[in-house]
Design a protein around this ligand. Structure first.
Ligand code: ACO
Length: 325
């Protein structure tokens, strides 16, 4: 009998400090930088973001989301045999956020590692966990997306600082005789490194290069909608499904215009798309599990629903996972 993986619990966490667009605009104005609620809402759909307090790390946010996912799944941390954390804002150069989080939740001893695929990180991590469960290498996995993008935002650059926020989301993925994850499709094209990157790195006791996020917004926009359609069509074909079979599209929450563009290409009405970007901005690898958890907890995403998760981000990376809840 084929072995599948299935999501048995979801969880998420946003740090308490919330800044509306008006709050952020007032903060930026103190440094002579102009923006407005109208501009941000019209171009991005974002209305607010959450920022972690100084000293609060990705593993702290991920730990809260993980505890909620474990409770929802009804399992103990000690039962986990795999933890994968998707993040681009790790607590340290090493060890991994996954290892730090493993100790915080009390899952000591199981395999734990990070995946770095920026905003596609969660679909990459979920796909790896699914493959490990299918082969029997793991049976109960925790897959987390956790970010503190506020640490790499340049608050003097209004073209990027209004877009991002901090947060975490998590799922418990368990071996199952019924699917579960039906198909996944992952890609990267490194020739686009320059359109979205944080080029700084640590060397010889110093940060060399610019440690702030850089983005060519229009180039990202153009690439994103095209590759998201391709990845969605690829997983539908692998699973033998049609776009009309999709109950919920849960895309990376970067920007409402990328989401509406993708939904249009898949001929999906917006009431089949889970949108949370308005509440937390772009939380990179955390955004898909945050939106999935909101969909589940609001009662919209139900057991048996066909769900398409889609990520796109720096690298350039992109991918999709099609699953039955
Ligand atoms: N407030 C007010 N004005 C602003 C702001 C701001 N925060 N930022 C830029 N502007 C101004 C610009 O200076 C420019 O003014 P000008 O015409 O006088 O020169 C004007 O607004 C238009 O700027 P553009 O960069 O052309 O704005 P655009 O319509 O492209 O919107 C945006 C920018 C929202 C970033 C858009 O390109 C986009 O959605 N890109 C997708 C990228 C994205 O979402 N990235 C997220 C991370 S990547 C990922 O997760 C996959």
């Amino acid at each position: 009998m084929r072995r599948y993986s299935r999501i048995t619990g979801t969880g998420s966490f946003l740090p308490p400090k919330r800044l509306s667009n008006a709050d952020l605009a007032a903060q930026l104005a103190r440094d002579g930088i102009e923006t407005s609620d109208e501009w941000i809402v019209e171009r991005t759909g974002i209305r607010a973001r959450h920022f972690a307090e100084a000293g609060v790390t990705s593993s702290d946010l991920g730990t809260e989301a993980a505890r909620r996912a474990l409770t929802a799944a009804g399992i103990q941390a000690s039962e986990l045999d795999l933890i994968i954390v998707a993040t681009s804002t790790p607590d340290m150069v090493f060890p991994s956020v996954a290892a730090i989080l493993q100790d915080k939740i009390g899952a000591n001893g199981c395999a734990a590692f990070d995946v770095q695929a920026v905003c596609s990180g969660f679909v990459y991590a979920l796909s790896v966990a699914d493959a490990m469960i299918q082969t029997g290498a793991a049976s109960k996995a925790l897959v987390v997306g956790a970010e503190v993008f506020s640490r790499i935002i340049d608050f003097k650059d209004r073209t990027t600082c209004v877009l991002f926020g901090d947060g975490a989301g998590a799922v418990v993925l368990e071996a199952s005789e019924t699917p579960g994850v039906l198909a996944s499709d992952l890609h990267a094209d490194g020739k686009h490194v320059g359109i979205l990157c944080t080029p700084g790195h640590v060397s010889g006791g110093q940060v060399l290069g610019d440690p702030f996020l850089k983005m060519d917004g229009q180039a990202v926009f153009k690439l994103a909608v095209g590759v998201l359609e391709e990845a969605a069509r690829a997983v539908l074909a692998k699973a033998g499904k049609q776009d009309t079979d999709i109950d919920w599209l849960i895309p990376h929450q970067a920007n409402i215009r990328i989401m509406t563009g993708t939904a249009k290409k898949l001929k999906l009405p917006m009431d089949k798309v889970i949108v949370t970007v308005d509440q937390h901005g772009n939380t990179s690898a955390a955004s898909i599990p945050l939106a999935l958890d909101e969909g589940v907890r609001s009662g919209r995403v139900k057991k048996g629903d066909l769900v398409m998760l889609e990520g796109v981000g720096g690298g350039f990376t992109w991918g999709a996972v099609l699953l039955t809840m």
